[in-house]
Design a protein around this ligand. Structure first.
Ligand code: AP5
Ligand code: MG
Length: 213
């Protein structure tokens, strides 16, 4: 089963993708994570896109399509979760072609619907475990009092360069201009399901499970 999690910055795509990996043996393909990894490992491409990402703008289609193409050729396990990809109509068309080349189908597109006010509060309170990538939140899912990651016990946490109010405004602008048209695109293809991303994490998970069956 291959699915897309579609939603604005902070909608909870990464949080929900982790459940699907653990419970359904799926593979999370987050282009944001891939681009940040490329920066950390000091690749030329990683350094080139770091400033674009920090400003909250989109990286070019060619780069992200190339990243996804590489992953689709590997082990498919329980299927792919596309998290933060596609983000433009060109990326959506490219994904359809790549899946067809691999003999795969797109089984669901889940729009995680939230409102903009909730996003600022979520994003500015987010931190991520440097060891396992578990997402925490100062308000809704704080790092345990002993300072250890709730998932792996790691003690180092990171905050993202684009998790500030100015970059978030730009990220939202990019979402509404370039990514939100995908909602209509997948609706017209009869592939769209909508979940309420404003509920508690466990309730959002339950809604996604219901869609996926
Ligand atoms: P990316 O890394 O994809 O960031 P994003 O889309 O802005 O989304 P986030 O990762 O910020 O949010 P999320 O939905 O994963 O939420 P999370 O689960 O963490 O992209 C970053 C950048 O990379 C882009 O701006 C662009 O430059 C570039 N890029 C990436 N892909 C690209 C592409 N395809 N094309 C071009 N450029 C690309 O949750 C957020 C917080 O909320 C957490 O603290 C969490 O604990 C909390 N939370 C989650 N769910 C709930 C809930 N239900 N209730 C309360 N709190 C919750
Ligand atoms: Mg994410």
């Amino acid at each position: 089963m291959n699915i897309i999690l579609l939603g604005p910055p902070g909608a909870g795509k990464g949080t929900q993708a982790r459940f699907l990996c653990e419970e359904r043996d799926m593979i999370q393909l987050s282009t944001g994570d891939m681009l940040r990894d490329a920066k950390e490992s000091g690749t030329e491409m990683g350094n080139r896109v770091a400033e674009v990402m920090a400003r909250g703008e989109l990286v070019t289609d060619d780069i992200v399509i190339g990243l996804i193409r590489e992953k689709l050729e590997g082990d498919k396990k329980g299927g792919f979760i596309f998290d933060g990809f596609p983000r433009t109509l060109a990326q959506a068309d490219a994904l359809a072609d790549l899946l067809a080349e691999e003999g795969e189908t797109l089984d669901a597109v889940i729009e995680m619907r939230v409102d903009d006010e909730a996003l600022v509060a979520r994003i500015t309170a987010r931190s991520t475990c440097a060891t396992c990538g578990e997402v925490h939140n100062d308000n809704t899912k704080p790092i345990p009092e002993d300072g250890k990651c709730a998932h792996c016990g790691g003690t180092e946490f990171k905050r993202r360069a684009d998790d500030n109010e100015d970059s978030l405004k730009q990220r939202l602008m990019e979402y509404y201009k370039k990514t939100s048209p995908l909602i209509g695109y997948y609706y017209a293809k009869d592939q769209l399901s909508v979940v309420n991303g404003l509920g508690e994490i466990k309730d959002v998970k339950a809604e996604i499970d219901k869609v996926l069956g």
